[in-house]
Design a protein around this ligand. Structure first.
Ligand code: HEM
Length: 209
């Protein structure tokens, strides 16, 4: 998925340059992909919380829902990669590869872009953990999964600090509503923890396969 997104961003680059489209096309595509990546990240974090929540257990504590969650995290990575690599041919800001990938290297909003980078690398780590779960054990996997909340906060901070659309009221509303949903689900998880006997979940069944 990650590789496909990188290849796709280079394909779009070639097509868009040969079709002599607006010189800002990569900037707009990159920003749009950033928004999609954020909304998908939100869906993945919310779904992860819902799967393991006591309130939704009967409805969504199923192996196939866990598989959707796992697949979604790959799709999120794909959109993140597209968001980053499609910025490369953009002439509006004129990023170099190292500016996009290394912390504090960018001449454009270095702190905000570093937060985006941390979100991206953290997401790669988290997605990879699905596939090495049987080697690292359920406890470490679960502990690592708490990282997703931090990544979600970093993603919102990145978007708010640098997004050109952060002033748009619809975009602001989407950040507010999604943030609130994550907060409420997290509060439900803390206030209504699963009894230890119920902890081996649908997710475990899936991982055991
Ligand atoms: C190396 C990592 C990253 C880099 C270099 C990067 C770069 C950028 C840039 C250049 C912008 C446009 C700034 C502007 O409009 O002034 C942006 C916006 C944005 N990025 Fe990232 N980003 C990275 C990671 C991420 C990740 C992982 C997410 C996913 C959750 C994300 C979500 C967004 C969002 C939602 C926006 C706002 C779009 C808008 O308001 O138009 N970014 N990013």
């Amino acid at each position: 998925m990650l590789l496909a997104a990188i290849v796709l961003s280079f394909l779009v680059t070639t097509i868009a340059s040969s079709a002599a489209l607006s010189s800002h096309i990569f900037w707009y595509l990159g920003r749009a992909a950033g928004l999609v990546a954020y909304w998908l990240l939100f869906s993945s974090v919310a779904l992860g919380l819902v799967i393991t929540s006591r309130a939704f257990r009967g409805l969504l504590g199923r192996p196939w829902v866990f598989e959707i969650h796992k697949f979604l995290s790959l799709v999120v990575l794909g959109f993140m990669a597209f968001h980053i690599f499609i910025m490369l041919p953009d002439q509006f800001i004129g990023f170099r590869l190292d500016e996009l990938l290394l912390p504090f290297r960018s001449h454009y909003r270095p702190v905000a872009l570093t937060l985006g980078g941390l979100t991206f690398y953290g997401s790669i780590l988290l997605t990879a953990s699905f596939y090495v779960r049987r080697f690292i054990g359920h406890r470490s996997w679960r502990a690592l999964h708490y990282l997703s909340f931090l990544l979600y906060v970093l993603a919102i901070l990145h978007a708010l600090l640098t997004g050109s659309d952060s002033g748009n009221s619809l975009v602001q509303l989407s950040y507010f509503v999604s943030g609130l949903v994550v907060l409420l689900l997290l509060a439900e998880r803390i206030l209504n923890p699963q009894p230890p006997s119920l902890r081996p979940l649908a997710s475990d069944t899936a991982a055991a396969r």
